[in-house]
Design a protein around this ligand. Structure first.
Ligand SMILES: [Zn+2]
Length: 189
């Protein structure tokens, strides 16, 4: 007997809109990231590139009609030529330290968790954006930051959407740099 799919693709707005969100996020898939930085062990600035991490770092998990889909970036590894430690390049452009998803997704969780329960927020992310984030992760993001999330809301099909998130995705600047989010997240740090 077939198991029921626990994460159906059941958007509350046009699936075309959700697919457009997915398409913008997929642009990150396989992108190479990780600027050179000082060795976290000894502080030395002398290092050499040391290949890419085996597993991609997750940007987002998409809920599609074909099931869950991971979007992830390739992470440049370095090896310190003084102490020998291997470490990841600088990912702060797109990721908060210690968060499983990219900044725009983390901020999106915080945006909706500000006035919803974590499980309500999980449902909102799935049905309005086609994104998969567990309620436990959402609750963690909600508790972690002191600054309130950007409150700007836009109505699409009668649903509240995060304006910063959509601006991040659909900004006409297509150089691939998440400049919009970077400018705003400086306020958080
Ligand atoms: Zn070192």
């Amino acid at each position: 007997m077939r198991e029921p799919d626990p994460k159906p693709f059941d958007p509350v707005v046009s699936p075309l809109f959700v697919n457009a969100i997915h398409e913008e996020l997929r642009r990150y898939d396989g992108e190479r990231m990780g600027e050179e930085r000082a060795c976290p062990n000894c502080g030395s600035g002398a290092s050499r590139k040391n290949g890419y991490q085996n597993e991609r770092k997750t940007v987002a998990r998409l809920v599609t009609a074909d099931g869950p889909e991971q979007v992830g970036v390739e992470v440049q590894q370095y090896q310190c030529t003084d102490c020998g430690r291997s470490f990841q390049g600088d990912l702060s452009e797109l990721f908060y330290e210690g968060c499983a998803y990219a900044k725009p997704v983390v901020d999106l969780c915080r945006f909706h968790a500000a006035d919803q329960s974590a499980s309500g927020c999980e449902r909102t992310l799935r049905r309005q954006y086609g994104l998969l984030v567990t309620r436990e992760t959402i609750a963690r993001y909600h508790d972690r930051f002191d600054e309130p999330p950007e409150p700007y809301t836009i109505d699409i099909g009668g649903y509240d959407y995060s304006l910063p998130f959509l601006s991040f995705l659909f900004s006409p600047d297509d150089d691939g740099d998440p400049h919009f989010v970077i400018q705003r997240s400086t306020a958080i740090w």
